[in-house]
Design a protein around this ligand. Structure first.
Ligand code: FAD
Length: 500
């Protein structure tokens, strides 16, 4: 362990990652005398995308003590109940990946096993998930805290304007003592002996010293990559998408849906994320299969309203840093890695990074064992997410373009191949402690893309058929009734986020 006590932290970069990190550090550690400085450059700006989240974001905001309607007003947010996937299994097919679970286990037997046996009369499995039932009806209500109520099973996250979220967290952080320095960093100074970072030096010569640095410089990876030379694993062979073009448009078409829409295209997929004031859209694509102009034309031809800004072209390499934390530098956000935006996991990985950093915060100097643990946990978590994202591209019957032919026939990581096979055979799915996406998430995508288990658990045959039928029809009716009784999502948002 180094004997250097950590009294000051420099957060390098002020995008979503930088301000989420600064806010969490300020909330938890500034009272103990930790000095927090954040350096960002308006001239460089932020990546400018990242608008869909997953339910754990509620825990992050709650940890900060943020009032939900205030946050939603400030970030122009809407509620997200899941993702609608269009044309993924095959052109013309649509399914939902909702948050929340499907049905209730019967006599200790997994619900999906029961559903599989009775699939012909049970209807779609989505009829047994309240969150999906609400999403399909474009309805929303807050979950009931009483676990005996069916409304307690509703799960949600948000769509929000990431730039406004960063601004909101900046206000939060500055009020709690974080010092912001505006300027462009030109150099990173390291100790000649240990290689530890001592300061970042701005182009105008100002030197910002610290005991510990959090690299939030986005794809540049200014400290972790350029200075410390930590290698980056490239996952392009499984995730060929390496470009995106994003643009906002006026609210139109389906309006304020309580779900993200992900539509598969010839060489990638398009997102539609409704906010209170506009719709965020983007086409994520593989440059090996589609050129920039064609991607832009496709995007512009598939907007719900007139564009509200100029197209923003982005390039990325899907993958992750070999080690997210090296010496006295922890990378969080895009500098640590980026899978691709399909399942909205990037902001979550910021949250997961900050949470782990807080748990292992090196008050008394960095400890190689703790660094190792941080890196091991991060790698395991990201690798499990990677498998889940690859599943969407690989489990397809599409063969209409080279892109889809490549994806459906490529060799996938062994960890994914095993899960797919176990499920296809008898609907088995075994958890790993690092999973962010659990059985219901995998069920939604596997079944949604046409992988139906060949057999069901033989234990299902021990259940009396009449009773099972009765319970299935009771449950789907209860869920449908509950969803119908919820208010319209757009109306709910207007009321909830209206003037305080
Ligand atoms: P950035 O936003 O790039 O911020 C980098 C910061 O570093 C900036 O403040 C910049 O000024 C500063 N900086 C860099 N170099 C210097 C320098 N030399 N001197 C001073 N400052 C410097 N995530 C989700 O969770 N959901 C989504 O729906 C989603 N969609 C996405 C779609 C696309 C196409 C892409 C590419 C990403 C998406 N993401 C999404 C990821 C999400 O955008 C990022 O995780 C999030 O915005 C965090 O970015 P960041 O803060 O790491 O980097």
């Amino acid at each position: 362990m180094s004997d250097q006590r950590v009294r000051s932290v420099v957060v390098v970069g002020g995008g979503t990652a930088g301000w989420m990190t600064a806010a969490a550090l300020a909330k938890t550690l500034s009272a103990q005398g930790l000095k927090i400085t954040l350096v960002e450059s308006e001239a460089i700006g932020t990546v400018g995308v990242g608008e869909a989240t997953i339910p754990p974001i509620l825990t992050f905001n709650a940890m900060l003590g943020i009032d939900e309607p205030t946050f939603m007003r400030a970030t122009k947010a809407s509620f997200k109940l899941g993702i609608e996937f269009v044309d993924w299994g095959a052109v013309g097919e649509t399914y939902h990946h909702p948050f929340g679970t499907f049905g209730l286990d019967l006599e200790g037997i997994k619900f999906h096993q029961v559903w599989r046996k009775f699939a012909d009369l049970a209807g779609p499995i989505g009829d047994y998930n309240l969150t999906e039932a609400a999403a399909r009806r474009w309805r929303f209500a807050l979950p009931d805290p009483d676990p005996s109520k069916v409304m307690s099973s509703l799960r949600y996250a948000y769509h929000f304007d990431a730039g406004l979220y960063a601004r909101f967290l900046r206000g939060f952080s500055e009020q709690r003592g974080v010092v912001r320095i505006e300027g462009r960093i030109g150099r990173v100074d390291q100790n000649a002996g240990t290689g530890f970072v001592e300061a970042v030096v701005l182009e105008d010569g100002r030197r910002v010293e610290g005991d510990f640095f959090v690299d939030c410089t986005g794809f540049r990876g200014l400290v972790i990559g350029q200075a410390l030379k930590v290698p980056y694993q490239d996952w392009g062979r499984w995730l060929p998408n390496n470009r995106a073009v994003a643009i906002g448009c006026q609210l139109g078409g389906d309006g304020l849906t309580p779900f993200t829409r992900a539509t598969a295209r010839e060489g990638g997929w398009q997102w539609r994320i409704p906010l209170q004031h506009r719709i965020g859209n983007g086409y994520v694509y593989s440059s090996h299969h589609v050129d920039d102009q064609r991607a832009l034309d496709t995007l512009l031809a598939n907007l719900d309203g007139a564009p509200t800004d100029e197209p923003n072209f982005l390039r990325f390499t899907p993958g992750r840093r070999e080690r997210a934390w090296e010496k006295n530098v922890c990378s969080i956000g895009l500098s640590a890695g980026f899978i691709e935006p399909l399942e909205s996991t990037s902001i979550h990985m910021i949250q997961a990074g900050v949470t782990k950093l807080l748990a292992l915060f090196p008050r008394n100097g960095v400890d190689p064992l703790e660094i190792d643990e941080y890196n091991r946990l991060t790698a395991e978590q990201v690798d499990r997410i990677r498998d889940f994202v690859i599943l969407h591209f690989h489990a397809t019957r599409r063969d209409d373009t080279d892109y889809w032919r490549y994806l459906s026939s490529m060799t996938v990581p062994d960890s994914l191949a095993r899960r797919m096979e176990l499920f296809a055979h008898r609907g088995r799915w075994f958890p790993s402690e690092y999973d962010l996406f659990h059985e219901p998430n995998w069920l939604a995508v596997l079944l949604g893309q046409g992988i139906v288990p060949e057999e069901w658990d033989p234990l299902v045959d021990s259940l009396p058929e009449d009773q099972v039928r009765q319970r299935l029809s009771h449950l789907s009716a209860l869920i449908a009734r509950t969803a119908e009784a919820m208010p319209d999502h757009a109306e709910f948002v207007a009321r909830y986020c209206g003037a305080p």
